[in-house]
Design a binder for this molecule. Sequence first.
Ligand SMILES: [Fe+2]
Length: 289
Amino acid sequence: MKDYKIAVIGDVHSNYAGLEKCMEHALSQKPDEFLFLGDYISDCPYPQKTMNIIYEMDKNYKCNFIRGNREEYMLNHRKNADERWTYSSASGSLLYTYENLTQKDFSFFESLNIQGYYNKEGYQPFRYCHGSLTRSNEILEPEGENTKIFMGSLDVDLLVSGHMHFQEDKFYGKKRLLHPGAVGVSWYFDGKTQYMILHGSKSGWEAEFFQLDYDVEKIIRDFETSGLHQKAPSWSEITMYTLRTGIDHNFDCLNRAKELCRQAEGSVTWPDIPEEYWKQALKEFGISQ
Ligand SMILES: [Fe+2]
């Protein structure tokens, strides 16, 4: 039986330069199909550039898409008029992204499920999702107790999931969890853009992981030209730091900024975290001086 190839693309986060690189590389490997695991947008600038690549891929190749938590945030924000997003480090990146989406993008996100079942005759079936099969923002850390429980109850022997911005291939008994890594805002490997190819044969699926250099400074420049840096100052700096280094401090900084706010003002309500606390948190984590 022929080796069947699926290129698995996770967590683009509007990093169209990383996506261009991964698509170019993946196409040179001649995959039979593509599997996109969600979180196409937010964090990096110009989401429309990423969505145009996604639509082109959909038009020209066999592609499967699911929805990530970021797409859910966008859809939920549209339904929930009371949810307040402001230009600020807490919610400015989400608001910027929301304002740059089109009706076509919302319809596309609306059409997607949060998980799927892959069952091709002659190959081992597997399940795939962004976070977990029931929650797009569930965190399946390799050592997490929830991960062990979840994998133990899985009805197939393989789960391919995104949301984690690093590559992983781990067994829980005979159940296997694969994370393809992130195209955008990826962890480790000095921030190189990442994806995975699944090679299917009679004996199952083998994972091949890629980490690729790309034009990261192009994306960094776009934080200024797009206005995103001004609309979400510290969050943009945290994202740019991860893009350049592969070191992630986004939730460290968010939690520290909240803590500093609580200490100084007695309470904290997201997204109203004054920028001074973000600036202090970024200094403490060595992201800014
Ligand atoms: Fe995610």
